[in-house]
Design a protein around this ligand. Sequence first.
Ligand SMILES: [Zn+2]
Length: 100
Amino acid sequence: MSKKIKHCCDSMESIVNTTCDMHGCDCPDKFIIFSEQFNEYGIKIYGTPAVSVIDFCPYCGKKLPKSKRKQFYKTMKKLGIDTYKDKIPKKYRHYGWWLK
Ligand SMILES: [Zn+2]
């Protein structure tokens, strides 16, 4: 388990922490997801696996943290990891890898 992540407000906190046991995996109630790996928030496009990344919280309007997606791919490249074929090391799949 990764450490507890602070989200911008209670509404965001509750939606990203909605779990599958409550609603089933593809629950339409959980339309915002948080990617620990990329430090990224996104709105699920219902009925597809796609997610549209958002920069501001739709509830409280705060600016959301900067995505680490670019940094992630740069790091993988530096390590010689092919993100399509190779296994991503565990520490890079969790929140806060960029802090280490
Ligand atoms: Zn918020």
